[in-house]
Ligand binder design. Structure first.
Ligand code: NAP
Length: 287
């Protein structure tokens, strides 16, 4: 029996502090250049979850003084139409950040659409250029959920250098980039996926576990090493994470709740990077 009870890593609190700072930056952009930072979300099709995420991001943007627009394309849009819409935004001087809501309908080549985002406007960190910067530890926009995970670990003073990190999931915008950032921060990183054998014992070696799978409560408390730090990026129906929270909380030393963990920090990261994009492009244009 364990007497441990993990400390919660409070994403809502961290997000509020980040959003306060971003609101100040947005105000200074408005004062100096006469317009607020502008984020445009591209929404293809009518997936209700995606529509909800996009509306949530718009509400948060407005709350910090970032102008937010949504470009909607219908569910039957072709790759060329999506790429065309993204390219037009890439060339528009009034747009600072572009977010293509993932996933797009199956007939659209998502990678081609992501790559149409101009590097300086990739505030969601989804292009190969941004990925390379993350992997090399160079400045650039981070993929927002990985960036949020690292921000939470940093906010709680979790040591990464020399520690063993296990990432469960290898998607191009979550598992892979978070693994790259952990590696750049000198953790020893193992990436697991659907073909990994004996996932439980691999997870059991981790000082830091990042769950990014999309399967409710896949990671069990009994898998974890005593005192492990657990970050749960999963968000499944019924507000369940990818980690069995009630079990893990008795074994881990720190854990993110779902909801109120990674999610709000992800949006805060998006807004922070939008303010940053506006500052960089407007000062470069020298107004
Ligand atoms: P995804 O593209 O579906 O990728 C899921 C990954 O999990 C894949 O790499 C897959 O392996 C792996 N996987 C599936 N079943 C597994 C199993 N039984 N054992 C081990 N690995 C398994 O999902 P995603 O976009 O990365 O999202 C993952 C989760 O994060 C979802 O719950 C999503 O809702 C959530 N999410 C949260 C935020 C946020 O802001 N909090 C943002 C984005 C996503 P293969 O590669 O072998 O198929």
């Amino acid at each position: 029996m364990s007497s441990m009870h993990a400390e919660l890593m409070d994403g809502a609190g961290l997000a509020a502090a980040m959003n306060d700072e971003t609101a100040g930056r947005a105000r200074r952009v408005q004062e100096r250049w006469g317009r607020p930072p502008c984020l445009v979300a591209v929404l293809v099709g009518d997936d209700p979850a995606s529509a909800t995420y996009v509306r949530m991001k718009r509400a948060r943007s407005r709350a910090v003084g970032i102008e937010s627009r949504i470009v909607e394309l219908d569910a039957g849009a072709t790759t060329a139409e999506v790429v065309g819409a993204v390219c037009a935004l890439s060339e528009d001087d009034g747009v600072d950040g572009i977010l293509l809501q993932h996933p797009v309908p199956a007939q659209v080549d998502e990678r081609a659409a992501f790559e149409a985002i101009a590097g300086g406007k990739d505030v969601d960190g989804v292009t190969t250029t941004s990925f390379a910067a993350m992997a090399f530890g160079l400045p650039g926009f981070v993929s927002c959920t990985p960036g949020a995970i690292i921000a939470l670990l940093d906010a709680y003073g979790v040591e990464l250098a020399g520690r063993r990190a296990v990432v469960v999931g290898r998607s191009p915008i979550l598992g892979k980039p978070v693994a790259m950032i952990l590696l750049a921060r000198d953790a020893s990183v193992t990436i697991c996926h659907s073909r990994t054998r004996d996932l439980a014992s691999v997870v059991g070696e981790a000082d830091v576990v990042v769950a990014a799978v999309g399967k409710p409560e896949l990671v069990r408390g009994s898998w974890l090493k005593q005192g492990a730090v657990v970050v749960d990026a999963g968000y499944n129906a019924g507000s369940l994470g990818d980690v069995a929270f009630d079990e893990a909380v008795g074994v881990a030393s720190r854990i993110t709740p779902v909801p109120g963990g990674v999610g709000p920090v992800t949006i805060a990261m998006l807004l922070r990077q939008t303010a940053q994009a506006a500052e960089t492009s407007l000062s470069r244009r020298g107004h």
